[in-house]
Design a protein around this ligand. Structure first.
Ligand code: PLP
Length: 393
């Protein structure tokens, strides 16, 4: 008898989409009708369904989360040589978009109690370093206007967005929410991405739902939505005469991608349910693992557990954490670190960084574990077992 295939251990990926709904039939409809590009009925359907789901008034589909964030900063009026407060610990796209606008990021530390951008430090930065002059917030050291604050809601959880909204209004700042990782996250019952001027979601392949690449800009301001549509379609003023009043972008989502996205959105509630189970299984399986801690839960935030992430014990070195990830990989378990802190990435070494103390520690110790919604309890036990083994040896 040949050995059964189950003996060969299958590699467990970090985050793989589950395409178990209407994906095939919706995409086929695009092909059958030849509506494959940026015009076509699925774009509007996806926008409407997402706006309904998130409770936002207007939704504009875009070609990626990064494109959406770039547009958001343009729409709220960010000008070159102004500043935007952003987290030091986030995916680099959150910070790159500030540079796309010719503006400068001010990197804010992470709060160890939530791993999100520390709102207390945003407040102390504004109080200690900035002045309000005629309704404009000015960074006294650089002399630049601080135009916006752009927190990220990381790992399927949320930052303290209501405190941040209050600070933004007190200091005359625009508030853009990078909700790329936060589809399905609720803060005091309200969906994140709807607290600020603009919220942006990503449907990249590894996010909780995917359109095969894409994003959604959400806003309650009709003028912002209209401007997002305008700028994302090359700022086209006349569809026949190729007249453009300003520099625009090709940032619209295609009908094909929207078809996938809509099919995924229909399944999102099911994914969220599955993820809650997976997070519970990990907690159980790692409860006896000394020094390993989970992302803290905050009572008023309903997380999605997009990526289940743990911290290794406090004394863990960077080299040791890297070795643990290598050992997990060798055991067929795909794991990842958190994003490299931005202040020591080559493009941002000269950027203003405000009192960075904890972001570096989180980057050094964090490991994200496989979290696809179709994992079984056995898969989770295998991943947890591999982690325990990697930590012992
Ligand atoms: C994924 C991600 C983005 C970018 O989204 P894309 O769709 O990949 O362009 C931006 N910010 C954060 C925090 C992300 O995780």
């Amino acid at each position: 008898m040949p050995p059964s295939v189950s003996v060969v251990k299958r590699r467990i990926p970090l985050s793989r989409p589950v395409l178990g709904g209407n994906e095939w039939s919706y995409v086929k409809e695009c092909l059958d009708t030849a509506w494959v590009s940026s015009a076509g009925p699925f774009v509007r359907r996806f926008e409407k369904a997402f706006a309904r789901f998130a409770g936002g008034r207007h939704a504009v589909a875009v070609s990626s989360g990064t494109a959406g964030l770039h547009l958001a900063l343009r729409i709220v009026g960010l000008e070159p040589e102004e500043e935007v407060l952003v987290p030091d610990l986030t995916f680099v796209a959150s910070i790159n978009v500030v540079r796309y606008c010719g503006a400068h990021p001010v990197l804010i530390d992470a709060d160890p109690a939530s791993w999100q951008m520390d709102v207390g430090k945003v407040e102390s930065f504004l109080r200690e370093e900035c002045s309000l002059r005629g309704g404009r917030c000015v960074d006294r050291r650089s002399g630049r206007r601080v135009r916006a604050v752009m927190p990220a809601h990381l790992l399927g959880s949320a930052c303290e967005i209501d405190r941040l909204a209050e600070l933004a209004s007190r200091w005359g700042l625009r508030l853009v929410e990078d909700a790329a990782e936060a589809a399905g996250v609720r803060y005091r019952g309200r969906h994140v991405g709807t607290f600020g001027d603009v919220g942006v979601f990503s449907f990249n392949g590894n996010k909780i739902m995917t359109s095969g690449g894409g994003g959604m800009l959400v806003t309650s301001d009709a003028r912002f939505a209209e401007r997002a549509r305008y700028l994302s379609t090359q700022a086209k003023d006349d569809p026949v005469e190729y007249f453009h009043r300003e520099v625009g972008y090709n940032y619209r989502l295609s009908n094909l991608h929207a078809a996938l996205g809509l099919a995924q959105l229909e399944q999102l509630r099911g994914f969220l349910r599955a993820k809650r189970g997976i997070a519970r299984w990990y907690r159980k399986a790692l409860s006896g693992c000394p020094g390993v801690t989970f992302m803290p839960e905050v009572p008023h935030i309903k997380p999605t557990y997009w990526l289940v992430t743990v911290l290794l014990p406090p004394k863990t070195t960077l080299a040791r954490r890297k070795e643990v990830i290598r050992r997990l990989e060798a055991a067929g378990v795909e794991a990842r670190s958190l994003w490299h802190t931005a202040h020591d990435l080559p493009p941002y070494r000269g950027a203003r960084a405000y009192r960075i103390e904890h972001a570096t520690d989180l980057y050094r110790r964090a490991v994200s574990l496989p979290s696809s919604p179709d994992l079984s309890e056995g898969d989770v036990r295998r991943c947890a077992g591999a982690l325990q083994h990697a930590l012992r040896s």
